[in-house]
Design a protein around this ligand. Sequence first.
Ligand SMILES: [Zn+2]
Length: 190
Amino acid sequence: MGSAASAPKNPSSTATHRATPLARIWAALDTLTDPEIPVITLREMGILRDVVLQSDGSWTVVITPTYSGCPAMGQIEDDVHATLASLGVNARVQTQLAPAWTTDWMSQAARDKLRAYGIAPPARCGATSDTAAGSTVVQFAARANKPEVVPCPQCDSHDTTETSHFGSTACKALYKCLSCMEPFDYFKPY
Ligand SMILES: [Zn+2]
């Protein structure tokens, strides 16, 4: 069809100009996704922890790696730097290791997107381990190595079986649905 009547162009971000610097930073960081699961944002993953204004006027972005030695963390740091640089914001990235990241920090939105993406979301561990702050440790249930049932993300059947404990990445196990016969990844609780 014709090319003259093109799609509406995105008007330059007039709305964000009125927002506070903190809101602008969060809005920009909210566009960043997990390099391994591109449908989920870093914030939804629970990787992006905090944005702090320092007394010298610079900003610190606090991130917590999902798994120690996760190769994606370098890219995540680069993405945060590049995004804030494009805003003209002077920021540094601080990696916070304690308390350690857990799949329990993944938001419900992240779990729903994961399932829609074809990956079974992690079962909730139900235990907090905030030992760094010395706060009360609430333990609802012992952390199980394997959940009883991992529902198939395709057909929701509970008739599934683990075929490999280490799937495409160390964070995932490979499962197979015995109902629709489709293999799928299971994001292991951690
Ligand atoms: Zn299935």
